[in-house]
Design a binder for this molecule. Structure first.
Ligand SMILES: *Cc1c(COP(=O)(O)O)cnc(C)c1O
Length: 489
């Protein structure tokens, strides 16, 4: 299997190269030349890990089978994911099924991909004969930074440096990062917001002086953000797993349709569901759920993508996004792989802030996708209602998906809802939605929520007693020197 760019101006490369490169050289995103077919019958009765191994082997064809086996076995352990099934289903009323993707070490769905990506990257270094150290540079608004740190912690051949906005992340998210264990990790706060951190990291990537210093240290910069195809493949696995779990539970027969509903930001999670469907998984419809940052809702309803709009900070911060990078891959599929059109739209987006799709690609989109967005009150109401009617406490991101379902046409098949974070990661918003008093102390809030939602994940409650390893907060101009001293260690 070879990988090509959505913009058509980069040579086809094997999977290991796409994982090391992240972005294609022409600025496009890597996509597999064709999609392999799923053999659902052969995947029945298998464990999550065995399913992951089979599905990964369809895409990562330049990886030796034994390597893939190692990667999967090291990533999805019962210890890291709190049990044998890393992605269990939790039934709600009305034939709705929460696919719980937050049982990993950092309590958000990013773990599903970021626990295995470092292993895939380490094997890719080996396959490509790359002896330099890969230095993963991350700017984070919260969830990605911690998930990447946990994933890359002590991964051979790699080091990871995370910059977070000093005044942008929640207290729990900050504690998660500054107490990170591991020999190859670094964490640093930036005086500024997420944009400042992101802009600073992008500048480091394109600075020739930085490149030189990296070469001197026998290292190169790499990224772990969600445009890396190595993050998408592991996400296909859990949709297949959810479908086969419904079959095993006797809720559907093999071949029956289901619907999926996904709280969406960068469009990675829902794109994985779309790819699974193209490979033969019977997903009949996709519901794309957004918060007040409703750029995708408008796009799916009208064909017009317009990022020129106010940015809202919401209680579902991981979906506060105006440019959904992975949508570019969907456009490539919708246009039947028309790289010229995709490149032209992306150019328009960059230059004017908008583009519009019409004709056959738009018909295809409307036939498969529905979209709805929720404001803050509606999100809180969805948390409250789910607790009242189903005795289940959900986080604000999952709540956006649950609420979106009430705004679209009902389906006569089961709906799988991607549940993307533990409610304990967003205690303040969840307590407030449930009409409970919060507290100044984040750990006190964990205990308050335990009264409603059962035991808090240990990885969050133990933060209180972990030593702070990375107290450093620097000005924006000091990021380069932080990186320099980091690689010299
Ligand atoms: C990242 C994230 C999302 C959005 O996922 P995308 O793949 O970017 O669409 C939703 N919920 C949570 C909790 C997240 O961390």
């Amino acid at each position: 299997m070879r990988y090509v760019s959505t913009r058509g101006q980069s040579p086809a490369v094997p999977a290991s190269t796409t994982i090391l490169n992240g972005l294609a050289p022409d600025g496009g995103l890597y996509v597999p030349e064709s999609l392999p077919a799923l053999d659902l019958t052969a995947l029945q009765g298998l464990s999550y890990r065995a399913r992951a191994e089979k599905i990964l082997s369809l895409f990562l064809t330049d990886f030796p089978a034994a390597d893939l086996h190692d990667c999967v076995e090291s990533a999805y352990t019962a210890e890291k994911f709190g049990g044998q099934d890393p992605a269990p289903l939790h039934a709600l009323s009305g034939d709705r099924h929460l696919l719980e993707l937050w049982h990993g070490p950092t309590c958000a769905f990013k773990d599903m991909a970021l626990q295995i990506l470092p292993h895939l990257l380490a094997k890719s270094l080996k396959i490509q004969g790359e002896t330099r150290r890969a230095v993963i540079l991350v700017a984070t608004s919260g969830d990605t930074g911690k998930a990447a740190l946990e994933g890359f912690c002590n991964a051979p051949g790699t080091a990871i440096l995370v910059f977070y906005p000093g005044d942008g992340v929640s207290e729990i998210q900050k504690r998660q990062m500054i107490t990170q264990r591991g020999e190859n990790v670094g964490v640093c706060g930036i005086q500024g917001n997420f944009d400042d951190a992101q802009t600073g990291v992008k500048a480091l990537f394109s600075d020739p002086a930085v490149q030189k210093k990296m070469e001197k240290a026998h290292a190169f910069l790499s990224s772990a953000n969600s445009i890396n195809f190595g993050r998408l493949v592991p996400q296909i696995v859990y949709y297949v797993h959810a479908y086969l779990t419904l079959v095993e539970q006797g809720r559907i027969a093999l071949g029956d349709p289901i619907r999926v509903c996904v709280p969406t930001g960068n469009f990675g999670n829902i794109l994985a569901a779309f790819m699974a469907a193209r490979m033969g998984l019977p997903i009949e419809r996709f519901v794309c759920a957004s918060n007040e940052n409703d750029v995708l809702t408008e796009f799916i309803q009208t064909g017009r993508y317009n990022r020129v709009r106010p940015f809202h900070t919401t209680i579902s911060p991981s979906m506060d996004i105006l440019i959904s990078s992975n949508l570019e891959r969907l456009l490539w599929y919708l246009t039947d792989q028309n790289t010229t059109r995709v490149a032209a739209w992306m150019k328009q987006l960059k230059e004017t802030g908008e583009y519009r799709i019409t004709g056959a690609p738009f018909s295809l989109l409307s036939g498969l996708f529905e979209a709805a967005s929720l404001n803050e009150e509606e999100t809180a109401a969805a948390i409250r209602k789910t607790e009242e009617t189903d005795h289940t406490v959900i986080d604000p991101h999952t709540a956006v998906a649950v609420g979106a379902l009430e705004k679209v046409a009902p389906a006569d098949c089961p709906t799988v809802i991607a549940s993307t974070a533990s409610p304990f990661k967003f205690t303040r918003a969840v307590l407030s939605a449930l009409g409970e008093q919060g507290s100044e102390d984040p750990f006190e809030e964990l205990s308050l929520l335990e009264k409603k939602a059962g035991k808090a994940p240990r990885s969050l409650s133990e933060l209180k007693s972990l030593p702070v390893r990375f107290p450093q907060v620097v000005g924006k101009t000091e990021m380069e020197s932080v990186l320099e001293s980091f690689v010299q260690k």
